[in-house]
Design a protein around this ligand. Sequence first.
Ligand code: FUC
Length: 763
Amino acid sequence: MKTSFFAAVFFLANTASAQQLKLWYKQPAEKWTEALPIGNGRIGAMVFGGLEKDRIQFNEETLWTGYPRNYNRAGAYHYLDTIRQLLFEGKQKEADALAEKEFLGLKSSDGNYQADYQPFGDLWLQVANTATATNYKRELDLSNAIASTVYTATGVDYKREYFVSQPQQLLVLHLTASKKGHINFETSLSSLHRDSLVKKINDTSIELSVKVKNGALQGESYLTVRALNGRVSIDGGTIKIINADEATLYLSAATSYRNYTDVSADPVLLCANTMKGLQGKTYVQLKAAHIKEYQHYFNTFSIDLGKNNSEQLPTNERIEKFAASGDPSFVSLYLQYGRYLLISASRPGTRPANLQGIWNDLLSPPWGSKYTSNINAEMNYWPAELLNLSPMHQPLFGMIEELSVTGRQTAKAYYNAPGWVLHHNTDLWRGTAPINAANHGIWVSGGAWLCHHLWEHYLFTQDKIFLQNKAYPIMKEAALFFNAFLVKDPVSGYLISTPSNSPEQGGLVAGPTMDHEIIRDLFKNTMAAAALLGIDQSLRDTLQDKYKKIAPLTIGRYGQLQEWMQDVDDTSNKHRHVSHLWAQFPGNEINWEETPDLMKAARQSLIYRGDAATGWSLGWKINLWARFKDGNHTYKLIQMLLSPAVTGAGSYPNLFDAHPPFQIDGNFGGAAGIGEMLLQSHTRYIDLLPALPAALPNGDVKGICARGGFVLNIKWSIASLQRVEIISNAGQTALLRYGSKQIKLPTQKGKHYVLDGNLQLIQ
Ligand code: FUC
């Protein structure tokens, strides 16, 4: 994996894009969805940029409600056969009632099944002399991950810069003025947590201590100020800075969370140590180290789709005008914003991005701002490999590893089965038992879907060590679960998944199509991994035998891909979940080469479902249409995504995706979908520009990745491929295809190849 990453960086040297990678505004944020997100994977913050009163609302990724505990109902498996039998007899209501009573997980002491992600606090600035301010502008520069606010007042130019440093583990805010002695402001901390306290630590620092209401965790945040000249003093919990030339604020945040079973960390000590790390370092050095670390990831990829004048507009106006302006540089900005958000929410060594990444201002956020595994948690990671951010995938793998441990107890308690299972949700404490209600909580394929990510990481990176040590043992255990779990359907004779559901509709059923697609994918990938590693022949034989017996995909009476075992699909159903299309995307069982009839049926199903959708559902449909190789339809949905979030769907002024109120998955699904228009590699081919819309006739993408360990630069003009550069990180053979042209290119590891628009090798 390391090799491919560094090769990609080298490959992109001297190709800095001429595009402006900025979100910018002429006025401060009033609402949270207007504020600008910054983050280092652990600490996240929303910058409002208020003139007189600036607010920086911040989070730390491990501050949640709840506590380490067992979520499982011991002996639930005693009811499994009865629930199955009732479903086989068509008694869905009775099955559901029994499952509600005996088959859900255990609630915590506060009555919740799972925990909620919490806000931490607010950092405030009360700034003097802003009344006559002009030339106001705030922006977020994606090229260096720095937000800024600038304005002029009484002849002095002021600037605030904000970023969250990964190397230093601090949120940093730097204030400067064009004339000496003009920095005058007060700064303070507050928190929504009722159990919180702000107090002085020393002459330049204050601390905020919080304790969550329903749970075990405590948090600590230190704020310290360094000013150049002028005076710093503390009055109560407020730091005052008078007549300084410049000032820098450093904010640390930590909690007592150590891991999902241990809450004995000392957040005070952690904050004190982080502050010690500042000694001997200047702001300039910190900023340079931050930019270097961030660009190490961000600069592996660039995209230029052309531009028009709308780049001159502030971002909120660009969203409003996108449908009319057709500004292609807004599409590239959206993609790069997705990459920025993933780097900011999911650095190696941190927890994965949750439903809101790491940004949340509410004590009771929508859906707890947890991890929903029936689409949302996975969608967050769709751009990771394709858009050259493979290291950002690591936090998800860390969580999968933990779930494979907690999910083992769930497999035993509910199914008396070996291996591990995850139902439709998890939280910081890695709960895996079914929650909420039988009709959507009893869904067994969360873990198997996550395993798809382990395998995809291998396919993209060809990292056999990862496959052997990390991925395979977890995939194998997930496969062992389903090997025990699948049962014979008395009607069809096929092996099916039951009890389960087609997320989140149709109720508790036997044999939802999505489960079979995901389980087949898991079995196939586990067999392929074992074969590559040359191990577990008898398991391979067992899985092969079961694989063939799993209920196949079927086409129903309306030409649709059936969502259930019975042909009961309703063509007027507009439900946001399009679960049965999983095998077309993110899976690959359905594709134009091998299964064209199923491809047509899947497309028909999606046509019935319609285009209208919010948030992640639109994100999913974008990827599906790209895989149908229908670029214009894909683009139509991208236009819906890049429209104001007035009616629900679309984007907020800060380009956060609307799944009212906000959920981050659609940002990631959208970014991945733009990539899927330009490159696909899920069959044996690497397809160049497979779904290019008429609206994007010219472009240049550098650093996009294909399975097989390839990194590509693709250039096209007037809707026609001009040039392809391909670097091979693993020495595999690339089967490149563009329209009806194709070339088989055996490669050597580390070598770089150049082809023209006719796929002729020129170098
Ligand atoms: C699934 C979706 C909802 C929401 C929630 C977090 O349950 O059906 O729309 O995204 O996850």
